[in-house]
Design a protein around this ligand. Structure first.
Ligand SMILES: [Zn+2]
Ligand SMILES: [Zn+2]
Length: 133
């Protein structure tokens, strides 16, 4: 058995596909649904307000938006920006214009058999988070 330290609470746990211990996974899911509920009722809430109300860190909330699991509220405008051009985005990593460009680039690359494959890995891109606290 592979035993690791949980990145969430630091306790030892048996390695699993969750990447964290059971207790932290449950806490994470609860936090996520709390955010969703809060956003539904407070559409203009800011990152700080959501974090305070749900106890989930701003960094985590931003992570959910980047992953496409959450839609940014109007109060988050400017906190989440396109990784390519810096324009505000409401979900994911790139604005619509850059998404179109990226998709086009990928298509072009695939239509030409001799060209190298487009690197679509998302690793290596540093998160641009303005830490407000
Ligand atoms: Zn844990
Ligand atoms: Zn952009």
């Amino acid at each position: 058995m592979n035993v690791k330290n949980c990145p969430g609470c630091g306790k030892m746990y048996v390695q699993n596909s969750l990447g964290m211990c059971e207790a932290c996974k449950i806490g994470e899911e609860e936090g996520f649904s709390a955010i969703k509920e809060y956003i539904e009722e407070n559409e203009e809430s800011t990152l700080g307000e959501i974090s305070k109300a749900t106890g989930v860190s701003v960094k985590k909330i931003l992570g959910y938006v980047r992953e496409g699991r959450l839609m940014a509220t109007s109060g988050m405008a400017g906190d989440i920006t396109c990784k390519s051009c810096g324009e505000p985005v409401t979900i994911g990593n790139f604005c619509e214009a850059c998404m179109l460009k990226l998709n086009k680039g990928i298509k072009d690359a695939y239509s030409d058999d001799n060209s190298p494959k487009v690197e679509t890995k998302r690793t290596g891109i540093k998160m641009q988070i303005k830490d407000k606290f």
